[in-house]
Design a protein. Structure first.
Length: 128
């Protein structure tokens, strides 16, 4: 079972048919935070930069997120931005906007990785 924002049960089978964009599901974003001063901002308002002209960081309720979402859940979702919906500060399904983005494939570069001594090296492939 998945949980909607109202915390009523929402069947997994129905969610799978609707995709991850048509139902209200909980987001685990707790607040936004100025990267300079740590001043808090509401995730329910539209912001650009902080009052100090600095980027805002997204902060999460990681304990609740860890209890509600497994890595394997992400693998079964459509390959678009809504796959990571619980990580985005979008609380209502009707606020989701999509331009048809898909996940950019990453290709491992093991020979270059070994040659430069990198722990891991990948390249994005945007031509696919």
């Amino acid at each position: 079972m998945r949980w909607r924002r109202t915390w009523t049960a929402f069947p997994d089978a129905l969610l799978g048919k609707l995709g991850n964009t048509r139902a209200d599901i909980p987001t685990f974003v707790s607040h936004l935070e100025c990267s300079l001063t740590e001043e808090r901002y509401s995730p329910d308002s539209i912001h650009n930069l902080s009052h100090h002209g600095k980027p805002l960081r997204v902060r999460y309720d990681l304990n609740a997120l860890g209890r509600a979402l497994k890595k394997s859940d992400l693998l079964t979702r459509e390959p678009d931005m809504s796959r990571y919906r619980e990580f985005l500060p979008v609380r209502r399904a009707h606020d989701i906007v999509s331009l048809g983005e898909v996940i950019t494939p990453l290709i491992g570069l093991p020979r270059t990785q070994a040659r430069i001594g990198a722990k891991e090296l990948v390249m994005t492939v945007r031509a696919l």
